[in-house]
Design a protein around this ligand. Sequence first.
Ligand SMILES: Nc1ncnc2c1ncn2[C@@H]1O[C@H](COP(=O)(O)OP(=O)(O)OP(=O)(O)O)[C@@H](O)[C@H]1O
Length: 239
Amino acid sequence: MSAHATPAHVRVEGLSRHFGTGESRVEVLHDVSFSVAPGGRCVIVGASGSGKSTLLNAIGGLDSPDAGSIHVAGQEITALSPRGLTRYRRDHVGFVFQFYNLVPDLTVRENVQVTAQLVRRPLDIDDLLHHLGLDEHRHKFPAQLSGGQQQRCAIARALVKGSDLLLCDEPTGALDRHTSQQMLEVLEDVHRRYGTTLVMVTHNEAITALADQVIELRDGRIVRDEMNTHPRAAEELDW
Ligand SMILES: Nc1ncnc2c1ncn2[C@@H]1O[C@H](COP(=O)(O)OP(=O)(O)OP(=O)(O)O)[C@@H](O)[C@H]1O
């Protein structure tokens, strides 16, 4: 790396992961290496079972690889103790899952507040809900929201910590086309407003048009790592 090169926000090197033993052993990731620049929007695309979620979970400190390393903002998260990993997840990473994992007995605002209480300097909850178009839904429970509104609540919860890395696992997976487009516009806005580094997993090739960087996984190996010099706006997306 030259003295002027910007250090990567996320650097994955030689990552491998398997599940099971003996005949049921499955090699899920093989020697995966790539970097994401600070403030980059990286889309990881691949067929079902190609290892996308396993990779994202490793970056999020939810799963430990067999071999290789992951650095996030210069810190080697693959070398952290379980306690260190908990702290990393709490302080440095926002996670949005396909199934939003909202607490059903808490309102939208309370769902976000629970996470805000975990960190020292959370973002302003009401400001965030406003930007995510959830003003009028603040006091509703998850079951009273549409899929897109639930997803936006999950994004608010992931962002409120003020972490600069947002990991999204199939953020549009359970949504119809129109709501998916809205969701991608929300993520675009979040990226513009907060400069958050986004790493998003999807099986939908169309979404790669929005990314600065596209990684394709096939059977746990990277078969494409390309920069996109002219990413499209979410509203121009051709499904
Ligand atoms: N905890 C686990 N135990 C055993 N096998 C697992 C486990 N987690 C994932 N796998 C296997 O690893 C492979 C990759 O799974 P992964 O969820 O990473 O793929 P994916 O590309 O995200 O797929 P999808 O798009 O369907 O979510 C699959 O064959 C899956 O069955």
